[in-house]
Structure formats: structure tokens, C-alpha cells
Write a protein that binds this ligand. Structure first.
Ligand SMILES: NC(=O)c1ccc[n+]([C@@H]2O[C@H](COP(=O)([O-])OP(=O)(O)OC[C@H]3O[C@@H](n4cnc5c(N)ncnc54)[C@H](OP(=O)(O)O)[C@@H]3O)[C@@H](O)[C@H]2O)c1
Length: 301
């Protein structure tokens, strides 16, 4: 049973966590800080970010903290944020692509993409690409991207609907974004290997965890989910697969970690199942080319 007690010392490492103001991102940032890392809390709301930093600091730890404003629904802001990080840091050992939104009312990013696809996947694609120069010069840097068991609910991405051109189905669009996150993780690892980068791209999911992610779910649907899946895990436990992926010396590029319990809903970090759709190399290549074109960000090179 792997817990935060097993996190190796992180002193001397810099970690950037997106969506660090609540839920899994907050717990991840806190655990890395406690273990000695310099943690950059990236959040779209500067006040919430400062509050999260104060709370983490008040609990004590060996690390240091920095906050940055990052709205993943804006490719322009992602570019600006990454530039500020590149100016301040020449090393980044851990990038955690954690921020996410689930089943919101139909809405779009500043660049016109369906919000879940835009924030959960495309924003993190652009962020990773903009930070690639720093990651590349950091020996053994890791990129951890949050997917979900929901990635299995769709078999393919309809690129003709990523701006909701045809229709909007909130559950389907969430699943599409999480399939994209997993395809991205695996394709990034293949590309690192192709260009000879010694970087690690790995994915994680938190099973079913009690966080603010359910904020857009009607109460009845939320209650039905608890009846179906059982009581949700506390956020500290849901953060363990991410923390394992970010810090365990046993992790390999292309791994996917989640809870070890029945149907990957509850438990402690273990390797978990990747759907056939997420493993399909051709589909991932198509996603990558789409994302490069949509964001104008090209990497690794
Ligand atoms: N909880 C689960 O059971 C579960 C299951 C499977 C996968 N996941 C994944 O786990 C990750 C973390 O989610 P969580 O459960 O911890 O949910 P959460 O508590 O709602 O945290 C999500 C974080 O993402 C941030 N965020 C949302 N939109 C953003 C944007 N446009 N730009 C920047 N940040 C943004 C939120 O900031 P604000 O506070 O400002 O909104 C918040 O800090 C997500 O990728 C989610 O898909 C969660």
C-alpha cells in the first residue's frame, strides 16, 4: 500500500501543478511541498492561488512555494504563463497536467473549442509544448497527465465536433477530453523516445474522489453516482496515483496509474487498464497533428 509516507525526498526539485487550488491538485501540491520540492501552484484565480499557498505553508513542510496565474481556456494566456516560467526557471523536474472541468453547461474556450476538450486536453498540450525547452534540459523530467476511467466511454474523437459544431453532450465531451489526455500521454512518450529525450510521460487517474469536480452535476445525478460507485475517496487518497507517477523511481514512460480496487474506483496506486482506443497509435498521431495545428505549438524537437 503506497501512501505519501513513501514519497522520496523532493528537495532540489521544481514541480508545477495546474489546478492547484482544490481537490487533487491541491493535495498533490501540498504533498510535494511537504517532501521538499519548490512547487509552482498554477491557477486561473490569483486570490484562490494565494489562499491555497497560505494554507499549504501553514501546515508546514520542507519546500518552497510560488504562485502563477494560468487560465487553460486561453491559448494566449498559456503562452504568457509559460514564458514567465521559462524566464524564471531553467529546470522543471515535474509537470502535473491536473486541472480539469467536468460536464459544464455548453461553453467554449477563448479560442472557440468545447470547454472540456479545450481545458482538459488542448490547454495542457499547449502548456507542455511551451514548457518543453525547460523540461528537455532537466534530466529525467516527468510529465504527469490526469486522465479518468471515463476515457473508456468513447471509442474515438470526432474532430469535426471539438468546437461543438454538431452537438454538445456533456458526458461524452468529458470522456473525449480524457481519452485525448491518455492518447496524448502515450504519444508524447513515443515522441520523446523517437527524438532521444530522456523524459518521462505518464498518466494517472484518481478513481472516484470527493472534489469540486462535481460542481456542475445536478444533485440527483451526484447521489446516483455515489449509489453506483460507493462512497467517494478523500482528496488526499485520490492524489496518490498522481504522486506515485510523479515521484516513484519504479515508474516507466507510458505507464498509467490509478487505484488498485475493484473497477479502479478506490484504493492505492497500481498500474491500470488503458483502453484499445487510447492505445491506437494512428489515432494518437491524428490527435497530435490536430493539436499542433490548433495551438501552433510543435514539439518535441
Ligand atoms: N474527482 C474525481 O473523481 C476524478 C475522477 C477522474 C479524473 N479526475 C481528474 O482529476 C483532475 C483534478 O480534478 P479534481 O477532481 O481535483 O477537481 P476540482 O477540485 O474541481 O479541481 C479542478 C481544478 O482545475 C481548475 N480549473 C478548472 N478550469 C480551469 C481553467 N480553465 N484553467 C485553469 N484551471 C482550471 C480548477 O480551478 P477553479 O477552482 O478556479 O475552478 C481546480 O483548481 C481533473 O483533470 C479531473 O478530470 C477526477
Amino acid at each position: 500500500m503506497w501512501t505519501i509516507e513513501n514519497i522520496p525526498g523532493q528537495t532540489g526539485k521544481t514541480a508545477l501543478v495546474t489546478g492547484a487550488t482544490s481537490g487533487i491538485g491541491y493535495e498533490t501540491a501540498q504533498a510535494l511541498y511537504t517532501a521538499g520540492a519548490h512547487v509552482i501552484l498554477a491557477a486561473r484565480d490569483a486570490i484562490k492561488a494565494e489562499q491555497a499557498a497560505s494554507t499549504i505553508q501553514a501546515k508546514g513542510g520542507k519546500g518552497t512555494l510560488e504562485v502563477g496565474v494560468l487560465d487553460l481556456a486561453s491559448l494566449r494566456q498559456i503562452n504568457q504563463f509559460a514564458e514567465s516560467i521559462r524566464k524564471k526557471h531553467d529546470q522543471l523536474q515535474i509537470l502535473i497536467n491536473n486541472a480539469g472541468v467536468m460536464v459544464p453547461p455548453a461553453s467554449k474556450t477563448e479560442d472557440g473549442f468545447e470547454l472540456q476538450f479545450g481545458v482538459n486536453f488542448l490547454g495542457h498540450f499547449a502548456l507542455t509544448g511551451h514548457l518543453y525547452p525547460v523540461l528537455k534540459q532537466t534530466a529525467g523530467a516527468r510529465i504527469v497527465t490526469l486522465s479518468s476511467g471515463a476515457h473508456r466511454f468513447v471509442a474515438a474523437i470526432d474532430f469535426a465536433n471539438v468546437r461543438s459544431e454538431k452537438s454538445y453532450n456533456p458526458n461524452r465531451e468529458y470522456a473525449v477530453s480524457k481519452l485525448a489526455d491518455l492518447q496524448f500521454t502515450l504519444e508524447l512518450q513515443r515522441r520523446f523516445e523517437r527524438v532521444g529525450d530522456k523524459l518521462i510521460s505518464v498518466a494517472a487517474h484518481p478513481g472516484v474522489t470527493r472534489t469540486a469536480l462535481s460542481r456542475h452535476m445536478p444533485d440527483a445525478v451526484y447521489q446516483a453516482a455515489i449509489t453506483q460507485f460507493g462512497e467517494l475517496m478523500p482528496a488526499w487518497q485520490g492524489a496518490l496515483p498522481t504522486l506515485f507517477a510523479a515521484t516513484s523511481p519504479t515508474v516507466n514512460g507510458g505507464d498509467y496509474y490509478g487505484p488498485d480496487g475493484e473497477s479502479e474506483l478506490h484504493g492505492y496506486p497500481a498500474l491500470v487498464k488503458i483502453s484499445d482506443a487510447a492505445r491506437t497509435v494512428e489515432a494518437a498521431k491524428q490527435l497530435w497533428e490536430f493539436a499542433e495545428h490548433a495551438t501552433g505549438v510543435r514539439f518535441p524537437k
